[in-house]
Design a protein around this ligand. Structure first.
Ligand SMILES: Nc1ncnc2c1ncn2[C@@H]1O[C@H](COP(=O)(O)OP(=O)(O)OP(=O)(O)O)[C@@H](O)[C@H]1O
Ligand SMILES: O=P(O)(O)OC[C@H]1O[C@H](OP(=O)(O)OP(=O)(O)O)[C@H](O)[C@@H]1O
Ligand SMILES: [Mg+2]
Length: 285
């Protein structure tokens, strides 16, 4: 049986979470520090450690079958490539920013001006869509410094917390796209390797669903049980078990992280006691 070849970023912002998700789906890799390729001990997978920016070409050429990559890089360099799963980490935006004191407040104010960026294709496409002409300066890093050194009137780069923009006296005026890490797939992947990738995708989905949910256990007085059960979502319906103490029940259920605090407050208000909230490692539906 042939191994699935999956690319992850060698070092940088995606590396740790990429290795983390592989570990969480039960794929253990002996990672000698300077290795560029490693095999999993317990799964038909080989991991290639590559530069994020080089991965689209490797996918296109079929040198790797799949990759964990920033969606923004796929949009910039691999618009022809597909991804099969959003992975929920490395969330960021690709935005246009200008000096705080600039009169420019939207992209059209940069018509005829200079924009520095590491994402030329993304900017070009966006400018064309809005019929704006600007001169692009392509630089590979420290893009935010460009306006301060007189190289450009504006920039297009990754924004996450906004602190790099703030430190360089810039303001965001347009969000071109939102991005997160994704699981991308080569157009040349064989059926046999696709079957392995589908297994990986299924496991990843179980881990991501688990990360999004909490397992909640609580004690409820029986006379309040109906009110409490009405508040709970549950995978099918909550589990209700009698407690040793007469007139009380134990209720077990799964609650999404997003609705968690609101529901807990309402549960307490409706008489729930001894509420335990536990992380879920994996959730197979
Ligand atoms: N500040 C940030 N917050 C969240 N995600 C980010 C941030 N900066 C970058 N990313 C995401 O992580 C990816 C990798 O960024 P990183 O800076 O580690 O590598 P790079 O220099 O772009 O790529 P390469 O691996 O080719 O050197 C980006 O493409 C983007 O998707
Ligand atoms: O909004 P923030 O949270 O400040 O994040 C945005 C910054 O993070 C990235 O740079 P990184 O730190 O990866 O350095 P790099 O330019 O060397 O890639 C990106 O290029 C921005 O400069
Ligand atoms: Mg970076």
């Amino acid at each position: 049986m042939s191994n699935l070849r999956i690319a992850v970023q060698k070092s940088g912002r995606l590396n740790e979470d990429s290795m983390g998700i592989l570990k969480d789906i039960g794929i253990s890799i002996d990672n000698g520090k300077d290795q560029l390729k490693a095999s999993a001990r317990n799964f038909p997978v080989e991991v290639f450690y590559l530069r994020n920016g080089d991965i689209p070409q490797y996918l296109r050429d079929g040198v790797v079958d799949a990759a964990i990559i920033g969606e923004n890089v796929l949009i910039e360099k691999g618009n022809d490539l597909d991804f099969i799963e959003r992975l929920g980490f490395s969330k960021c935006k690709v935005s246009i920013a200008v000096p705080k004191e600039s009169e420019a407040n939207s992209l059209k104010d940069l018509d005829g001006k200079r924009i520095a960026t590491s994402y030329p294709e993304t900017v070009r496409k966006y400018l064309k869509e809005y019929n704006i002409e600007a001169q692009l300066h392509i630089i590979n890093g420290s893009v935010e410094i460009a306006p301060n050194i007189g190289l450009a009137d504006g920039i297009c780069d990754i924004v996450s917390s906004g602190s790099t923009l703030f430190k360089n006296g810039l303001k965001e005026i347009e969000v071109l796209l939102k991005s997160e890490a994704v699981l991308a797939v080569s157009p040349l992947i064989s059926d046999e390797r696709m079957a392995i990738l589908e297994k990986i995708q299924f496991r990843i989905q179980s881990v991501l669903k688990g990360r999004d949910s909490k397992y909640v256990l609580l004690n409820a007085p029986n006379e309040k049980l109906d009110d409490i059960l009405n508040l709970l979502p549950g995978m099918r319906s909550p589990t209700v078990l009698p407690l040793a103490q007469k007139g009380w029940s134990s209720v077990h259920t799964v609650i999404s992280k997003n609705e968690f605090w609101e529901i807990i407050e309402e549960l307490k208000a409706n008489g729930a006691e001894g509420i335990l909230v536990c992380p879920i490692e994996k959730m197979v539906l």
